[in-house]
Design a protein around this ligand. Structure first.
Ligand code: MTE
Length: 757
């Protein structure tokens, strides 16, 4: 039975459910030093003297470190280079790291950090997008408080609106979202001989951490090694931020010449680490009488926080996806990521898309309502199908299963019998149903083209087992399992013979970040290529042993045989163990390396036209809700989630991703928010005050797998890890409208929002 397409058990499941898996806080080293961080108590201010007198009195105190102690550069190397590892001169957000304290115990380090006195002259902070873009606002970044701007221009927007019979225009707002991974951020740094440094940690992107550690220490990259420990969730929150922790841990390790440990408490993790960007989206759409979209003008703003970090690329993805999966000949999209004195925002599952998807899918529902068209029919009239073009004029080719996701979700939801206009509903407790259709560019696309490659190392060991090292990471999404399935079938040996090890920068060349749902496709293809190379030495050996040709030799599920004379017709077969023994006897090379470069994309950044991504995944969500119109209480009852991911390498893992992502989407829609006081201090920095959905809040999630294979993907797979979250909020908000007639244009939608007139 082939491994690909089977719901094989996860490689990491047993260790994780029994508690055997070791997360970073479970590790220790003799003579280890504990680190605590001194943080800014204001959102914006000029830094004065730092007084460590009281801190030094704490028993177990080892040392204190500021930007002055950094031997390399005090800049985290990302897209732009504006974020210091430790504040220098100014603090720009509440919670920004100013100094590090080293001590013999975590408690002593924390107490010493608490006793450190920092002189700061507070300055007037910039705290919202509106404030940042107003002309009179203080400039905290460049001439206009803007990190990046993009533009997409297709057709002639004025002509499109002139032709339109109906114009719809509205503004939408989306909130912060905290990643809420179960394991907080943490790193261990171990100094080695000959000025080397090894860092172990919880992270998504070891190669970013590699760059950061070599930069802060001023070491060449061959002296730095980054090893991923079992990682308890990332969701984008462990893309860029671990570089800061790793930098801090490595700095103190270098200066004390001892191993160091830095593990955040939940509160400081929430205060200091990146979040989903709050968004402000203004949309104007012109249609004909049938709801066909003729023109679309979109202005999209993101609140980037104090430093640019990943905002330029988050914004790029959001800009490209701003209209959703719809055909429109006349488009103008302008976008900007602005600076504020709040925590720097970064990657979060969906990467700048959930904000615009909420706006686009809501306005589509508004159009359907006003034009008295069923929202599903409206989508059928506008959605992308093979041969149509996106807002960037990219022609949709193979592997577009959007229509099938819509058809299947529509049938499964029994939409026809359930959907009726909101005016027809009068009960106190009301049911509603809503839909969203989305698409998502897999991989880094034209915006991150230079990073879109991946490598895989494969070694055939003497006992017939195979070890694979890849450059993308396992953070809970099932990557090591899915990659082992791809390796097994690419080689023709059993799944149990494959072990994919956790990522180590010294074993594989820089394979880019583990983001953008790219692992299955990128590392998967690198594995296919490594397996092909290894097989090029295995197959002639089989042919020789069976006295046949290499073309006639076959290896399936660890059994070697001749195709012309197979075992069920009396032919001879060789076990993989025997084959490996002979492979070693003949001193054939047992290792191979695969390298995959993403298929080409071509994009003109000036007008935002061209092939933004090499392929897209598609999804339709249908939500059903119950609303108590007296209390405003919303219960999300059911989510039907139909996804086209090309090929489901492991259907059970696909369903698991749909279950988890959907629940995060429910939280984004109906409960999650970060609150600040008027000075920019974050108010809800704990799980008691940052409200997340739990198992109790989980709707009945019904996944539907739709497979439209992508010919350049491993076994036809595209990748879809982020997609399950992305369309949930508008589907739920549209269902709330359907139940109550109350339109939601700002998330989260809480009971009090429904009670507002
Ligand atoms: N699933 C779990 N359990 N934990 C995670 O941290 N991250 C999500 C998604 N699913 C995540 C997850 C994000 S943000 C991404 S980009 C993809 O997984 C990355 O995995 P892939 O590249 O294997 O699709």
């Amino acid at each position: 039975m082939p491994a690909v397409g089977s719901s094989l058990p996860r490689k990491d499941a047993w260790d994780k459910v029994t508690g055997k898996a070791k997360y970073i806080d479970d590790y220790s080293y003799p003579n280890i030093v504990h680190i605590s961080t001194v943080r800014s108590p204001v959102a914006y201010g000029k830094l004065g003297e730092i007084d460590f007198t009281e801190a030094k009195k704490i028993p177990g105190f080892i040392g204190h470190y500021t930007y002055n102690d950094i031997p390399g550069k005090n800049i985290n190397p990302l897209v732009y280079t504006d974020q210091p590892f430790l504040a220098n001169g100014y603090v720009r957000f509440y919670g920004e790291p100013i100094a590090l304290i080293a001590a013999e115990t975590p408690e002593a380090a924390e107490e010493a950090a608490r006793r450190t006195k920092v002189q700061i002259t507070p300055l007037e902070p910039v705290l919202s997008i509106d404030q940042a873009i107003s002309e009179s606002c203080t400039k905290i970044y460049s001439q206009d408080n803007t990190f990046t701007r993009y533009k997409i221009e297709k057709g002639a927007i004025d002509k499109g609106f002139a032709k339109a019979r109906h114009i719809f225009e509205n503004t939408y707002e989306t909130p912060y979202q905290e990643h809420a991974y179960l394991e907080t951020q943490g790193m261990i740094a171990v100094p080695g001989i000959e000025d080397t440094m090894t860092v172990y940690g919880s992270m998504q992107c070891p190669f970013y951490v590699h760059d950061a550690v070599s930069q802060i220490l001023g070491l060449s990259k061959n002296k730095v090694k980054i090893v991923q420990a079992t990682t308890g969730g990332g969701f984008g929150g462990k893309e860029d931020f671990p570089s800061i922790l790793a930098g801090h841990a490595a700095l103190v390790a270098k200066l004390t010449e001892r191993p160091t440990k830095l593990v955040y408490h939940r509160e400081e993790d929430i205060i200091a680490s990146s979040k989903r960007h709050p968004g402000l989206i203004k949309i104007k759409i012109g249609t004909d009488d049938d709801g066909k979209i003729l023109a679309a003008k979109i202005d999209y703003y993101l609140d980037g926080g104090a430093y640019s970090t990943l905002s330029p690329i988050v914004l790029w993805r959001g800009t490209v996806h701003a209209l959703g999966p719809y055909v429109c000949d006349n488009v103008l999209i302008n976008s900007a990521a602005v600076a504020t004195n709040k925590v720097p925002c970064g990657a979060y599952r969906g990467f700048g898309s959930p904000q615009v998807i909420f706006a686009a899918e809501t306005i589509l529902d508004e159009i359907a309502h006003e034009l008295k068209i069923d929202p599903i029919d409206l989508r059928r009239r506008n959605i992308l199908t093979p041969g149509t073009t996106t807002v960037t004029s990219q022609e949709i080719g193979e592997s577009c299963g959007l229509t099938e996701t819509l058809d299947k979700a529509f049938e499964k939801a029994n939409w026809k019998t359930k959907w009726s206009r909101p005016e027809t509903k009068t009960d106190k407790i009301r049911k509603g149903i809503g839909v969203s259709t989305i698409y998502y560019g897999v991989g880094l696309g034209a915006g991150g083209k230079h990073l879109d490659r991946a490598g895989a190392n494969m070694v055939l060991l003497r006992d017939g087992s195979v070890q694979c090292a890849v450059g993308n990471t396992e953070m809970g999404q099932g990557a090591r399992t899915v990659l082992a399935q791809i390796a097994a079938d690419s080689l023709g040996i059993p799944y149990n013979n494959i072990h994919v090890i956790e990522t180590d920068t010294s074993l594989v060349p820089d394979s880019g970040p583990t983001v953008a749902s790219r692992t299955t496709l990128m590392s998967g293809n690198a594995i296919v290529s490594a397996a092909k190379d290894l097989r090029s030495r295995i197959m002639p050996l089989i042919a020789d042993l069976l006295q046949t040709t290499a073309d006639d030799a076959e290896l399936i599920d660890g059994k070697a045989f001749s195709k012309k004379n197979p075992p069920d017709k009396g032919g001879k077969s060789i076990t993989f163990e025997d084959l490996t023994r002979e492979f070693y006897n003949r001193r054939l090379m047992p290792s191979s390396f695969g390298w995959f470069i993403a298929p080409d994309t071509g994009f003109d950044q000036k007008n935002g036209q061209g092939n933004a991504y090499f392929t897209y995944s598609y999804c339709t969500n249908i939500a059903e809700v119950t609303v108590d119109t007296e209390t405003g209480e919303i219960k999300v009852d059911t989510i039907i989630a139909a996804h086209d991911m090309g090929k489901a390498i492991n259907p059970q893992q696909v369903e698991g991703q749909i279950q988890g992502g959907t629940l995060q989407g429910v939280g984004y829609c109906v409960m999650e928010e970060i609150r600040h006081d008027k000075n920019g201090k974050m108010l809800n920095d704990a799980f008691a005050t940052y409200i997340l959905p739990t198992f109790e809040d989980a709707p009945d999630i019904q996944p539907i797998i739709v497979e439209h294979p992508y010919s350049s993907g491993p076994f036809g797979a595209k990748g879809f890890g982020e997609v399950p979250l992305m369309g949930i909020a508008p589907a739920v908000a549209n269902a709330v409208f359907n139940a109550t007639g109350k339109r939601i244009r700002k998330l989260p939608v809480k009971p009090e929002c429904l009670m507002e007139k």
